[in-house]
Design a protein around this ligand. Sequence first.
Ligand SMILES: Nc1ncnc2c1ncn2[C@@H]1O[C@H](COP(=O)(O)OP(=O)(O)O)[C@@H](O)[C@H]1O
Ligand SMILES: [Mg+2]
Length: 241
Amino acid sequence: MSDLSSATAEPACLIEAVNVDKSYKTKREVIRVLDQMSLKILSGEILGIVGASGVGKSTLLHVLGGLDKPLVGSVLFRGKDVYKQSNGYLDNFRNRHIGFVFQFFNLLPDFTALENAMFPAMIRNQERKLAKERAEYLLCEVGMKDRMHHKPSEMSGGESQRVALARGLMNQPDLLLADEPTGNLDRHASDQLLDLIRKLNQEFKQTFVIVTHSQRVAGELDRVMELVGGKVGPIQRDLVI
Ligand SMILES: Nc1ncnc2c1ncn2[C@@H]1O[C@H](COP(=O)(O)OP(=O)(O)O)[C@@H](O)[C@H]1O
Ligand SMILES: [Mg+2]
């Protein structure tokens, strides 16, 4: 019986948000974005998050990734509350354990694609030669082999997005949080990117949370949840693209 129970055991929870509240205060109002929001992300899964524009998807990723401390509630990474650890923990958590693909890329304008992709490895003091090799490998994988020495101003939105993905994967994070990573890509580039995500997931058990507006992309993922009314739950409506 014990064999059976271990064979059917649930994958471990990698990161968990528990009863998170997050609001923004402007001069005129308080915008409640996350409201007692709870979410478990399992090790090795590719989770999709959908939801209307302005509902708080980017905010949710920032909170999960240690970039934005919630007012109330906690974010547990392997059981540890990331916002309640000693100095330096969060920087290390973000650099070593989390990869981020921002909705608006956030590439450094004076750096080339290669330097941007290498950046997280430079922060962790990895040897330059090793960092360069991995950045080159990742840039080839995302179809940017011929644009490695271009700066962001010399790249299209889709190219910047792919460089941002390479940068997010640079330090082999446990969890990659990707904010609409195919938003600027055509069908072919988007399929290529999904293939890479699937490959990294299968080969390295890389865990992903992917915010998307695309029904086609959502259909490729292991599990899809919707953010609505400040909470994450099962999808309540047909996805509209
Ligand atoms: N820094 C901020 N200050 C004030 N309001 C913000 C800020 N960031 C986001 N918001 C508001 O919070 C809501 C959720 O934003 P966001 O997480 O970017 O949504 P989504 O990614 O789902 O489009 C929106 O109404 C947005 O206008
Ligand atoms: Mg957003």
